[in-house]
Design a protein around this ligand. Sequence first.
Ligand code: LLP
Length: 425
Amino acid sequence: MNANTLPGQPHIAYQANTLCMEDVKLADVAAQYGTPVFAYSKAAMLSALAAYQRGFAGRKVQICYAMKANSNLAVLQVFAKAGCGFDIVSGGELARVLAAGGTPDKIIFSGVGKTRAEMQQALELGIGCFNVESEAELEVLNDVALKLGKKAPVSLRVNPNVDPKTHPYISTGLKGNKFGVAHESAVQTYLRAAALPGLAVVGIDCHIGSQITEATPYLDAMDRILDLVTDIEAAGVPIHHIDFGGGLGIDYNGDTPPAADTLWQQLLAKLDARGYGHRQLMIEPGRSLVGNAGVCLSEVVFMKPGEQKNFCIIDAAMNDLPRPAMYQAFHQIVPLTPRAGATTLVDVVGPVCESGDWIGRDRQLNVQAGDTLAVLSAGAYCMSMASNYNTRGRAAEVLIDGHQVHLIRHRETAADTFVGEHLVP
Ligand code: LLP
């Protein structure tokens, strides 16, 4: 590893005391496009994907990028061109995939609350699979499909009741969660699905949570799912594909998740040992493909020393970077051009009128107003969860590819933020 790279961030490095992404000085990006701005490394995204591809070499697998992590059209385009399918959760995401050049038959549609309109839109386009999450959804999907004279390809999302050992808001495979059908009743639900004339059972899926940093929860979930495949097929319903969801974590702050290829070597060894290694497989990674490919650049507006705390007020806020406020998440924050001299302890906060609007607490930084900071690991679940709170236009986004910087989303103007609104007469 280059001595000047940052832990977990192989795509960014200090060169001559200035932070670069691929071959681009990030200070130049901030100067040209303003701040806050998100910058994504194409090479980092493709190398994250390559780790999965290495892990699955020689297997029948479809990688469906969980686009909720980062749904910019250009990001989707990179993954579509690299052969990925997409895991979507709304009609809006479906429209985005199509606009980015994705193909419908490589799309899987997840989510607990698909509407009839969304089902119809997806059926008419011929998407690859509906990942169904309840009996009620099965019945409605059957009805919508019959009215269209189609058969909906379905997989049931089974809740394996495995603890992913992550933040409670992002664990999804435990009994108390709203997701999936219960493991105990899954065979019954499969028999019901197989009996409905508008449905074609094609697979089984699970997704136990996000930012998972250990292999054990995956191995446990795999065992539980394979037990079910055995039982469901014994009951007479063939399962064509097995989808193990997403969830692999990234290094935010010294986290040590397994590499995608190492994880899948372990998982495939189990699949082989249990006789399922030849099956068509699917996975739905989101964060691990984009999280550490992105940074958010933000300028220091004011330094505000205080009696109890010193604040470093930056021009990015919880509306741009919601993860700290929502999950007390940690993102590394580094200066684009480090200054010599002593650091001070500061809370890095945004301008939004909420005490919850913090980006990093108790950080040692040596910065002054006018400096630019990079908030790291900002490629996943940042821009895709951004809002216009406080009527703040959402940030610009650029995609960096070698020396090239492509503007992939312009900064929203104030007028953009109220374009859909109307005064009353
Ligand atoms: N498949 C399904 C059905 C999902 O619900 C999710 C994420 C994924 C795949 C992708 O998971 P990943 O590989 O990205 O972990 N906003 C939170 C994360 C929410 C994840 C929701 N589901 C955060 O910022 O940590």
